[in-house]
Design a protein around this ligand. Sequence first.
Ligand code: VAH
Length: 313
Amino acid sequence: KILIIGACGQIGSELTFKLRSIYGDDNVVASDISYSNLDIVNSGLFEIVDAKDYASVKTCVEKFNIDTVYLMAAMLSATGEKYPMEAWDLNMTSLFHVLNLAKDNFIKKVFWPSSIAVFGPTTPKEYTPQYTIMEPTTVYGMTKQVGERWCEYYFNKYQVDVRSLRYPGIISWKTLPGGGTTDYAVEIYHEAIKNKSYECFLKDESELPMMFMDDAIKATVDIMQAKAEDIKIRSSYNLAAVSFTPEDITESIKKQIPEFEISYKPDYRQDIANSWPKSINDSYARQDWKWKHQFSLDDITEEMLSQLRKKYN
Ligand code: VAH
């Protein structure tokens, strides 16, 4: 059986529905620290699990005979800069609990998300390679960088089957994201529908690696279903789809909403965005387990606007 920790979050919620459609409702347990997403809470097996409390995680694993854990709970980059000690504690403690449950054979397989936030201002920004300098300047990025080291360590030392992806910014419409620097790329579509205008907290030429949620979910399912011997990187795989700026999104939206207007009011998240790559080289994911993205920026705009029109009308 599968346990998703952080199932009420932006990725966790969509992963829950996808995994239930693949493995069956009764084989997927959703969990989170609170009942913060009623669609998830009322959609099937749901448990309150405190990812920072080993006993809480272990009890759930034993109660439902879990063999695979997707650890999707974390404090993201922007919020992590407001609460650095809490971000370190949540992101690291939860990872150690899940890795140790696997080391001690309570579970068999782990998915743990990393992020392009592992890269910093000294990392080459164009087509950032899988192996390169990594001096992250956010607490969130630090937790992802050192978390990758621990994942590889537990694989090499204890043969833990942990698999990981360096997600780019993820765009979705079902659940609002929580505290990320790339959240502007979600908010802009909601505002385009509601107000035909958006005040963007990043400046117009801030290019960042992005991905539509359906691509991110496909990559997550694909890497977890791949044969173990095909997973040659046990820190975390670079993963890419499209890169664009707030200006690019605005042009894409204007093709459908010509009167849409954007204004720019950069805030503290601009420094975070400036420290990240503009584009990512994900050739290892493409060669090792046949990763391929599907959604272009215009595909994302098409899907976001059509789904949000239904949600708001
Ligand atoms: C964030 N959405 O902004 C997350 C992600 C690459 C960005 O890690 O913090």
